[in-house]
Design a protein around this ligand. Structure first.
Ligand code: FAD
Ligand code: SF4
Ligand code: SF4
Length: 477
């Protein structure tokens, strides 16, 4: 093993080729290219095969990283794929969009001094190759089961649960109010981070495995939640969080101030070839405009970079803290800077200017104060520091809160947490309603794809445990 692995002292870290900023500003294709086989094998060989692999400890899925890196180095790619797929439902997606700098790679022991192993890029390479070679087979349960499970939400949590339950033989139907499968993977996250074909490929794979999808189905709207409970033996709620946090201040109701997700959904639909009147009318189109995005998370980064690709005249990101204290991935900030986005750190909007349509944002400079009980520094406005940024389009990217599901589903018995997320038993994933389970952002609050996958898989295991247990109990009677 030692001969092939532990190459980190002699071989430098190399990430997949990144397209030049001038080129990638012109389209919505992914910015990183795929590793070539020799490059993937060489980069995987940098792993030092740690006894306690901190990469895996800090991967929410506990992926068996050192072993699939070793198999990749040895060219045993089909085995690497099997191992990787055993713990991750969508490895090629996580390989592309996990914030690896905060998870596996950020905790790789060779990071100190030698730069981490490029775990995400290898993970993506393994499964993309597996698809290419035809190793990714549809789900074929060993035996069919009679119980039927309804899942509300075709995002990563719902899909991961659907795959795990179908593999056990359950009859699985996934409902979504959108017309395509994927949740935020298809309509939130832009193509330059995750090309849509990758999500559509998984949709087909799930359907080929016998999972049924009922789309354009708004549960709580045209289809009642109660009717779903009657149709299925168990229901899993995986509806995500979508209520946009609002801006306050004078002028915040002006036309031309839009929520981030509406803006991104329009852009993604356009990219998928749909007719999108909101885009054609210019309401959600940044072309030729001075664009100001307010916020510092992943959503804000996706908005600024989308606006660049729509040929905005200028793109400015206003964030009230500094670069070191922003919630978004630093890698994505770097990509946005390269693509021409201006970041105005330590600035917050005070008022929106214009008569009926926004023409500018009056902002004020902030400074960071002492840390509070949670360790986060306070932010205070600096008096007399106001300045104006011209703006024809303002995008609000301040984060998301959960919908009031007990009202939306007309189920007052559903219990909520202090944060408005669904309250579940952390072991069984069951809500206050018997036979109703929940997973993903609607339980955790706005989080990450990898955590949604983990929650979906764990919820499926809990549901299976419940049914298997009651079958045993009945057999014993
Ligand atoms: P979702 O993906 O939100 O899926 C929920 C699904 O439920 C949706 O399809 C919705 O249509 C459906 N639904 C909701 N209500 C109903 C109803 N009443 N009836 C029927 N269907 C319903 N995470 C990362 O790890 N990396 C990133 O780079 C990243 N970038 C992001 C960029 C943006 C713009 C956003 C908004 C989020 C990003 N995230 C990222 C976070 C990540 O997308 C989410 O944490 C993850 O998608 C949550 O999965 P989920 O399945 O719980 O919910
Ligand atoms: Fe890293 Fe995410 Fe893959 Fe885990 S799932 S190994 S955190 S890229
Ligand atoms: Fe390999 Fe880094 Fe994980 Fe250690 S921490 S096993 S070097 S990838």
């Amino acid at each position: 093993m030692a001969e092939r692995m532990l190459k980190f002292t002699e071989l430098a870290q190399q990430t997949p080729n990144k397209r030049a900023a001038t080129q990638r500003r012109e389209d919505f294709a992914e910015i990183y290219e795929e590793f070539e086989p020799p490059q993937a094998e060489a980069q995987a060989s940098r792993c030092s095969q740690c006894g306690i692999p901190f990469c895996a400890v800090n991967c929410p899925l506990g992926n068996n990283i050192p072993d699939w890196l070793k198999l990749t180095t040895e060219g045993r790619l089909e085995e690497a794929y099997e191992l990787s797929a055993a713990t991750n439902t969508f490895p090629e997606i996580c390989g592309r969009i996990c914030p690896q700098d905060r998870l596996c790679e950020g905790n790789c022991v060779i990071e100190k001094g030698f730069e981490s192993v490029t775990i995400g890029a290898v993970e993506r390479y393994i499964t993309d190759t597996a698809f290419e070679k035809g190793w990714v087979k549809p789900i074929r349960p060993a035996q069919e089961r009679a119980e039927s499970i309804g899942i509300i939400g075709a995002g990563p949590a719902g899909l991961a649960a659907a795959e795990a339950l179908r593999s056990q033989g359950y009859q699985v139907t996934v409902y979504d109010r959108h017309d395509r499968v994927g949740g935020l993977l298809i309509y939130g996250i832009p193509g330059f981070k995750l090309e849509k074909e990758i999500v559509l490929r998984r949709w087909k794979w799930l359907e080929d495995g016998g999972i049924k999808f009922v789309l354009n189905a708004d549960i709580g709207g045209a289809t009642s939640f109660a009717s779903l409970r009657k149709t299925h033996d168990a229901v899993l709620v995986a509806t995500g969080v979508y209520k946009s946090r609002e801006l306050g201040g004078p002028g915040s109701g002006l036309s031309g101030i839009v929520p981030a997700l509406d803006y991104l959904i329009t852009s993604n639909r356009k990219g998928l070839g749909d007719a999108v009147p909101e885009y054609e009318s210019g309401h959600f189109n940044a072309a030729g405009k001075n664009v100001v995005v307010i916020g510092g998370g992943d959503t804000a980064m996706d908005c600024v970079r989308t606006a660049v690709r729509q040929h905005a005249k200028s793109v400015t990101c206003l964030y009230r803290r500094d670069k070191q204290n922003m919630p978004g991935s630093l890698r994505e900030v770097g990509n946005a800077e390269d693509e021409g986005v201006t970041f105005t750190w330590l600035s917050a909007p005070e008022a929106f200017l214009g008569d009926d349509k926004v023409t500018g944002v009056r902002a004020i400079r902030m400074h960071l104060g002492l840390p509070d009980a949670s360790g986060r520094q306070s932010v205070d406005a600096i008096e007399g520091s106001a300045f104006t940024v011209p703006a024809d389009l303002v995008i609000k990217a301040l984060g998301f809160d959960p919908e009031d599901l007990p009202s939306a589903f007309n189920e007052p018995e559903l219990k909520l947490t202090h944060w408005g997320t669904l309250k579940t038993n952390p072991k069984t994933f069951e809500t206050a309603l018997p036979g109703v389970y929940a997973a993903g952002d609607i339980v955790r609050g706005a989080s990450l794809v990898v955590w949604a996958i983990r929650d979906g898989r764990d919820a499926a295991a809990a549901i299976h445990h419940q049914f298997a247990h009651s079958a045993h109990a009945q057999a014993a009677e």
